[in-house]
Write a protein that binds this ligand. Structure first.
Ligand code: TMP
Length: 209
């Protein structure tokens, strides 16, 4: 596999989508072929799963939620991500398996190791070359989301700030456990400031490969 697999992770409102777009543009300006994608919802099946998991009325049992994200991931990796990497392209992806460990493991209080194992099984072992963790205070992230006021925020309203604190702590723990894969980026700055930090990590990863 000759491509590069870069994932962006972080709490809601951390600016992942903005940074993924800026990073994709930067990589293309470097002459790389970029596939921009996300989980959940990077494939046609994934769009259906995203609708089910995020917009189903009422309670979704945590284990059912975990399996829906895993199903999205399995199909996405097999049909889109892995083929792109095999073609030598750069995949810039908004959320991946660390989201499941942080949200379903820590947020929903399932077993984080089991969630990771489930995700790795779904993805047939595929790990990113670089995971950018956009770290932000949950209250600041919530404020950004409130300004956007989109459908995801409705779902998030069901969870309290303590949920977001657990997610953040889990992410930071994951980054500490795998420092060779993770780069923690302070996401509280302006989009340009955060982008500069993102680029420095991506450049270093590409040069080292
Ligand atoms: P986003 O794509 O707008 O960031 O929203 C995705 C939401 O789905 C976000 O609240 C986090 C959640 N999510 C999980 O709970 N587990 C997962 O594995 C993934 C990929 C996302």
């Amino acid at each position: 596999m000759t491509g590069a697999f870069i994932t962006l992770e972080g709490g809601d409102g951390s600016g992942k989508s903005t940074q993924a777009a800026l990073l994709g543009d930067w990589l293309e300006a470097q002459g790389r072929t970029v596939v921009r994608t996300r989980e959940p919802g990077g494939t046609a099946l994934g769009v259906e799963i995203r609708r089910l998991v995020q917009h189903t009325e009422g309670h979704v049992a945590p284990r059912a939620e975990a399996l829906l994200y895993a199903a999205d991931r399995a199909h996405h990796v097999a049909t889109l991500v892995r083929p792109a990497l095999e073609r030598g392209e750069v995949v810039v992806q908004d959320r991946y398996l660390d989201s499941s460990v942080a949200y379903q493991g820590a947020g929903r209080e399932l077993d984080g190791q089991q969630i990771r194992d489930l995700s790795l099984w779904a993805a047939d072992g595929l790990l990113p070359h670089l995971t950018l963790l956009l770290d932000i205070e949950p209250a600041a992230g919530r404020a950004r989301m409130a300004a956007r006021a989109d459908a995801v925020y409705d779902r998030l309203e069901e969870t309290g700030l303590d949920f977001a604190e657990r997610v953040r702590a889990a992410y930071l723990g994951l980054a500490q456990a795998e420092p060779e894969r993770f780069a923690v980026v302070d996401a509280s700055g302006t989009p340009d400031e955060v982008h500069a930090s993102v680029v420095s990590h991506v450049r270093a990863m590409l040069e080292a490969r």
